[in-house]
Design a protein around this ligand. Structure first.
Ligand code: C2E
Ligand code: MG
Ligand code: MG
Length: 715
């Protein structure tokens, strides 16, 4: 083989290889290459024609116009005119439809090169034909979709805005209408925040940012309400729904915005109606309950005190009953006007019932002063239809958190205070006091009053007789103190002895009682009555603070009473403190010739050792045993045991609180010497006692003078 021959065969081989490659590429696509004569006879056609026309290459070449019947009738003219096209130097393109192998039309695109001779007569055609049905289908669908969207967005009255980083990229017609933008000014490119009220811009910007941060494909929609501003400056309540979308290849936000002003107003109206009283326009009970809750909850963490005033109008019911409800309604409005005018800032007035109002003050400390100010405007009568009438508020005040650390408790306590104000006659304010506060206050008050009572000498002595249960003669009397107030009220010692002991006033009172009792007994003797023992109660505190031996000795001396007519009554409580000291004092007192009685025996802690140590000569059985001795066998046992014990220690026994004949008889039967109690006589002033129990003394000293009267215990 010559060198030239070998070159030629190499080129041929390369050519064939290239051709084969081309064939392969064509065979795998819906595209074929062809050549045809001027008359349309197919000269060449690549095998892939079968994929496009459903005809084999051979068939195409054998039957030159085999493909023509496949062309869509409407496109036929266009295909025919192909040859007449003026396409010098360039490729003609045509789109037409042919009936595909699957029995429906397919979109075909052909590139055709037309060869002509010098006279411009067509010589041949070369072409590439492609089945573009899939792409055409996609484009058509896209176009339809776009048409659909455009149509839809043009129809909706709401604004639809696509924006990115706040810049408007697209708007529909509704946007122009909603925001009052002129048709010829496109909002595209402007900031969406231009259409949002300045107060809400920050909030809305954050909202859009949050929307944009979502993935577009999640389809998550976020809603928000804000105040929008129209181009002419008018504002409206807007509601928007937004989601992230892909727009021009990048994430953007699509928002639908609508005017919800009407709904908002209706809602506000409804809310107002639900939370306000129709008659006075004041916030109502429901409003009050919620505010109270909010204030007391907030207060526990951030705020200070809260003051709650509950107001009830005095005599309002009368007004309604007398003049009728329409009149009452007018009156209520006038009252509200007055209350409102008297309230400072920071306080809210609520109508929580017919004639009940409440005030919440954000500062608790001034609540009482505010309540007092509310009384002021009612000193002037209300005038309605020529009727003049007075009404006044009764106000209860409770402070949060001191008087209740939750709303319910606070309300309850303000209510209690309000009722107290009513109970005191109305037209006043009362601040709630806790039980402890009230007690403390009562006690302090009592202390002050007792000091004044001592100064004013408001104490009196009563005496109660003690009878010999066998002879039924009065053998002795017990002096019992009474507090006789200037207004005639009498207070019993159980209510004030405790306070006097705590404040040491008992020393002064006790010494007065002692002196008074001795002086009285001495005076009776001087008036000719037979001498009686008078016993005086001495408090343990007096022993602690005074040398009682010296006190008694001095009182006896100053009153002139002989010691055998005096007895002191001490309680068991005395015996446990500093017993040796007390024992010595008691011994000295006994040595003076004064009797010592143990009072209320059986209720304290006395031990027999103390009894022996202090050597009293009288033992008084506490009234609680006597009261039950005939109903509870165990009590009778105790009474008998006490009597025996006392007798064994050489003491005489007095039973306290004898109220029935049966008790007196039983006591006598068991050996009790004396009895004291209502059966024989209640504590009474000395003069009454003389009249009731002792025979009047004659002016002269007759032998019968002052003989004790015998009291019948036989029923
Ligand atoms: P007490 O010394 O045990 O006095 C007896 C109390 O029992 C008196 O009450 C008397 O009125 C009451 N009483 C008498 N008979 C009956 C009865 O049949 N049934 C009932 N249920 N009660 C009866 P009062 O006068 O209220 O005195 C109460 C207590 O006050 C006295 O109890 C005494 O401990 C104390 N007290 C009274 N006066 C003085 C005083 O001047 N100084 C001191 N330190 N205490 C006094
Ligand atoms: Mg007594
Ligand atoms: Mg007693």
């Amino acid at each position: 083989m010559t060198e030239m021959e070998s070159d030629q065969s190499r080129v041929r081989a390369q050519l064939m290889e290239t051709q084969q490659r081309l064939q392969d590429v064509l065979a795998s696509t819906a595209m074929f290459v062809w050549s045809a004569s001027a008359t349309g006879k197919m000269l060449y056609c690549s095998d892939s024609v079968v994929k496009v026309f459903g005809l084999s290459a051979q068939a195409m070449m054998d039957e030159p116009l085999a493909w023509v019947p496949l062309v869509h009738p409407d496109d036929m003219a266009m295909v025919r005119s192909m040859a007449s096209q003026e396409t010098t130097g360039r490729t003609a393109e045509l789109n037409y439809r042919i009936m595909g192998p699957q029995g429906h039309y397919r979109d075909i695109h052909s590139f055709v090169r037309i060869r002509r001779d010098e006279q411009q007569r067509v010589q041949s055609f070369d072409g590439v034909t492609i089945d573009v049905s899939d792409r055409a289908e996609a484009e058509r669908a896209l176009r339809e979709k776009r048409d659909l969207y455009d149509g839809l967005l043009g129809l909706v009255p709401d604004a639809v805005v696509v924006h990115r980083h706040g810049r408007i990229l697209y708007t529909n017609l509704g946007t122009l209408a909603l925001f009052g933008i002129a048709d010829d000014v496109s909002p595209v490119g402007r900031s969406i925040l231009d259409f949002i009220h300045s107060d809400h811009r920050r909030m809305v910007r954050n909202y859009y940012r949050s929307v944009a941060s979502r993935k577009e494909d999640t389809g998550e929609v976020l809603a928000r309400e804000f105040i929008a501003t129209r181009a002419d400056g008018r504002e409206f309540h807007a509601e928007t729904l937004s989601r992230a979308v892909l727009f021009q290849g990048e994430t953007a936000v699509i928002s639908v915005i609508k005017d919800v002003s009407e709904r908002k107003h209706a809602e506000m109206e409804l809310r107002h109606m639900a939370y306000h009283d129709a008659l006075t326009g004041l916030p109502n009970r429901r409003h009050f309950a919620e505010s109270l809750k909010a204030l007391t909850q907030a207060s526990s963490t951030v705020r200070g005190e809260v003051g709650l005033l509950l107001i009830d109008m005095d005599r309002f019911k009368n007004l309604n009953d007398t003049y009728g409800h329409p009149f009452g309604d007018h009156a209520l409005r006038q009252m509200v006007t007055r209350l409102r005018a008297a309230l400072p800032a920071g306080c809210t007035l609520y109508r929580i019932g017919g004639d009940e109002f409440a005030v919440l003050c954000e500062t608790g400390s001034s609540a009482q002063a505010i309540a007092e100010r509310l009384l002021e405007p009612f000193t002037v009568p209300l005038v309605l239809d020529d009727v003049e009438f007075f009404t006044s508020p009764s106000i209860g005040v409770a402070l949060f958190p001191v008087h209740g650390d939750d709303g319910d408790l606070l309300l309850k306590h303000a209510d209690l205070a309000m009722y107290e104000a009513k109970g005191l006659g109305g037209n006043r304010c009362v601040v709630f006091r806790s039980e402890r506060e009230a007690q403390l206050e009562r006690r302090l008050q009592l202390e002050v009053e007792l000091r004044r009572a001592l100064e004013r000498q408001e104490f009196r002595l009563c005496v109660q007789p003690k009878l010999d249960l066998c002879t039924r003669h009065v053998a002795a009397v017990e002096a019992l103190v009474r507090w006789q107030h200037a207004d005639g009220r009498v207070t019993l010692p159980s209510e004030f002895i405790g306070v006097m002991e705590d404040t040491d006033m008992i020393v002064e009172l006790g010494e007065w009682v002692l002196h008074e009792a001795c002086a009285m007994a001495r005076a009776w003797q001087e008036r000719g009555y037979a001498p009686l023992i008078i016993s005086v109660n001495v408090s343990p505190r007096q022993f602690q603070l005074r040398n009682m031996h010296a006190v008694i000795a001095s009182v006896l001396a100053s009153s002139g009473l002989e010691p055998q007519w005096l007895a002191i009554e001490i309680t068991e409580g005395l015996l446990i403190h500093n017993s040796t000291e007390i024992a010595r004092t008691l011994m000295q007192i006994r040595e003076l010739g004064v009797s010592v009685a143990i009072d209320d025996f059986g209720t304290g802690y006395s031990s027999l050792r103390y009894l022996q140590l202090f050597n009293p000569n009288i033992l008084k059985i506490d009234q609680s045993f006597v009261a039950e001795m005939l109903t509870k066998p165990s009590y009778l046992t105790i009474v008998k045991a006490i009597i025996n014990l006392a007798h064994n220690l050489g003491m005489i026994v007095v039973a306290e609180g004898v109220e029935t004949v049966a008790q007196a008889k039983a006591l006598r039967k068991h050996g009790c010497e004396y009895g004291q109690g209502y059966l024989f006589g209640e504590p009474m002033p000395g003069e009454d006692f003389l009249h009731a129990f002792l025979e009047p003394s004659p002016a002269s000293l007759s032998p019968a003078a002052g003989r004790p009267t015998r009291v019948s215990t036989d029923g």
